[in-house]
Design a protein around this ligand. Structure first.
Ligand SMILES: Nc1ncnc2c1ncn2[C@@H]1O[C@H](COP(=O)(O)OP(=O)(O)OP(=O)(O)O)[C@@H](O)[C@H]1O
Ligand SMILES: [Zn+2]
Length: 606
């Protein structure tokens, strides 16, 4: 330990090393990148390291999350990671087993104690959230991700460089409802049906919305059938919830025989397609195939379907609801066998459980080496961001670099790692192009301040000339606008506005120039009633709206329409605003891949 610290001292110079020793950092995520990065940060000698992870350790983590051992399975990741590293640590280490988006545990002010934040996350929602916190606090953030051989690090310096949301994130692959519900033509359609429709309807918290969105058909008979089928499935859900295993043959008959017969009755559908064949009577003999990488016979599929349904039914009373998880053998077997039985009916190729695990669980093999490279780059970049490199003049934000591995970056065929400079913030970014600040409010003031008083204070202080609208961003609830004034006399507490909530104010005046959209984070204060931040809310030109949306949020919202969403698979490079230097102007960011957040979450690299 002392060896490393003396080497580090010589490398950084004692003044910089002292700064490092005095710095506290936050690491969000103790998974593939997080474990590596924690080790790096400890060996670098940061004064204190707080690590947050909400999850426990799975068997499948052990091949790359090297701070964990077999005996640690089911233990919390953050505490276990710290236990594993503390014997070589000269840093104050603090573990938090919680969701980083939990405002009670981690209010904005909590983030403020850190010199820099490292994201080592695997989902878009949490990445976006931390990005937003960093923007509120003007805190440097080191964003990172890997997928297979691809990986990236992106330093984000609020106000100076592009933020995580400045570029569009890939939207998930979607399929028309009718393809999934009526006319599957690829195994993937059956997997999506089994996971997002059947499983979700029978066991998960909320039935799938599949069927409400883009139906992809005008055939009234088919639309009626899809709606009817959804209602009928609710009946099956009751059997399942009642734990009545004797009904399983009825469930099989309903979904694999009667529903197919109904489909066959819509002749229109089969004019240009091969007709499905309802599942013949198969006597369940309980014999299962344990070879997870082979394709089971249809008899074995049905046997395993029955057994996994029984197991899930037994679990329901205690668990209340069961979410699909690729590492949960019961849910995986149910989805695998249901998808394969459907594929058999539609004369499509069947797949092994292992293959379906990859597709349904959206697994891109994680490669420990990529995680190690990215974590190393992230750790090095933090020295640059914090200006701790010996004999180097203070770097301007745009002189900092991001880094991609070559496949991800597409920049060069003869380099594995490329390091274009950072881009300026995107003036159209919904996150960093707006004004933001922290609105301090006491518990007392929440109870006594009405919405109209708050609006008035905001209008006065930031010189909003005309009407404004105000939105509670946490729930996407409109609180007031020019023709909605019902809530104006309610107090903030009555409106359930509490600490941790973000309010978004938009200038609704009809003018060529309006005040920039402004977001306020409600934070607790004890020494005052209500304190508006001293921020500049500039006037901005109104740009007539067009159909096109190139911000990430718009793109994401457009998918939340009830279309069936598969959280995965496409490997697209997205366009990026040109960077400043010649080399990087041809660069593309990492190929962004989806991974699971919740069933319908869209995520980039993990
Ligand atoms: N909102 C969140 N708050 C705290 N930790 C989070 C949050 N979202 C994700 N994480 C953590 O980020 C880590 C990401 O690590 P990684 O990408 O290696 O995923 P994993 O879940 O460990 O692996 P896999 O998904 O391949 O099973 C996970 O440990 C996950 O629990
Ligand atoms: Zn941005």
């Amino acid at each position: 330990m002392s060896d490393t610290s003396s080497v580090n001292q010589r490398l950084l110079g004692s003044e910089n090393y002292q700064k490092l020793r005095n710095s506290g950092v936050l690491l969000v995520g103790a998974g593939g990148i997080g474990c590596e990065l924690l080790k790096n940060l400890v060996l670098m000698g940061f004064g204190s390291i707080d690590i947050v992870d909400l999850d426990t350790i799975d068997l499948s983590n052990l091949n790359r999350q090297f701070l964990f051992r077999h005996r640690d399975i089911k233990q919390p990741k953050s505490t276990t990671a710290i236990k594993a590293i503390q014997h070589v640590s000269n840093s104050k280490l603090t573990a938090h087993t919680a969701n980083i988006m939990d405002v009670e545990t981690f209010p904005l002010s909590w983030f403020d104690q850190f010199a820099i934040i490292f994201n080592a996350l695997d989902n878009l929602e949490a990445r976006r959230y931390v990005n937003q916190m960093a923007q509120f606090l003007h805190k440097p953030l080191l964003e990172s991700g890997t997928a297979g051989f691809d990986g990236y690090i992106q330093p984000i310096i609020p106000g100076s460089t592009e933020c995580f949301d400045c570029t569009t994130k890939e939207t998930p692959k979607t399929f028309p409802v009718c393809t999934i519900r009526s006319t599957p033509s690829q195994p993937i359609h059956c997997i999506v049906w089994a996971k997002n429709f059947l499983f979700a309807q029978l066991f998960a918290s909320s039935g799938s919305t599949i069927g409400d969105g883009d139906l992809g058909t005008d055939n009234p008979e088919e639309i009626k059938r899809i709606q009817q089928e959804t209602n009928e499935l609710l009946e099956l859900q009751e059997y399942v919830r009642a734990g009545d295993e004797s009904k399983i043959p009825e469930i099989i008959k309903k979904i694999f025989v009667q529903d197919i017969q109904k489909l066959l009755a819509i002749e229109e559908l089969w004019k240009t397609r091969e007709k499905p064949v309802p599942l013949p009577d198969i006597e369940v003999d309980g014999i299962v195939n344990t070879d997870l990488s082979s394709v089971w016979t249809i008899q074995e599929q049905v046997n395993a379907f029955v057994l996994s349904t029984q197991r899930l039914m037994k679990r329901l009373p205690e668990e209340g609801q069961i979410e699909f998880d690729k590492d949960d053998q019961d849910t995986l077997e149910f989805v695998t066998t249901a998808a394969n039985i459907r594929a058999h009916i539609f004369k499509l190729p069947l797949k092994s459980l292992f293959d379906i695990k990859q597709i349904a669980g959206n697994i891109i093999p994680a490669i420990a080496t990529t995680n190690a490279i990215i974590s190393g780059l992230s750790a090095l970049a933090s020295l640059r961001v914090l200006n701790l490199i010996k004999n180097q003049p203070e770097a301007k934000a745009q002189e900092l670099n991001m880094a991609f591995t070559s496949k991800a970056s597409n920049i060069s065929s003869n380099r594995y790692i490329s390091n274009p400079q950072l881009a300026h913030p995107n003036p159209k970014c919904p996150v960093c192009s707006i004004a933001r600040g922290v609105l301090h409010v006491s518990q007392e003031a929440l109870k006594t301040t009405t919405l109209s008083e708050l609006i008035q204070k905001i209008q006065e202080k930031y010189r909003f000339e005309g009407e404004v609208s105000i939105l509670d961003k946490s729930t996407q609830r409109l609180l007031a606008d020019y023709d909605f004034e019902d809530l104006l006399d309610k107090t903030l507490a009555e409106l359930n506005l509490k600490h941790g909530i973000i309010l978004s104010i938009s200038d609704e005046s009809v003018a060529d120039e309006v005040r920039c959209t402004t977001e306020f984070y409600l934070d607790e204060v004890k020494d005052a009633q209500l304190r508006l931040p001293n921020i500049e809310v500039p006037l901005v030109k109104v740009i007539p709206s067009t159909e096109e949306t190139d911000d990430a949020v718009g793109a994401i919202e457009s998918t939340a329409s009830g279309e069936i969403i598969l959280d995965a698979l496409e490997d697209k490079n997205e366009k990026k605003r040109p960077l400043e230097d010649e080399e990087s102007s041809s660069s593309l960011p990492p190929s962004k891949k989806s991974a699971t957040t919740h069933d319908e979450g869209v995520v980039i690299l993990d």
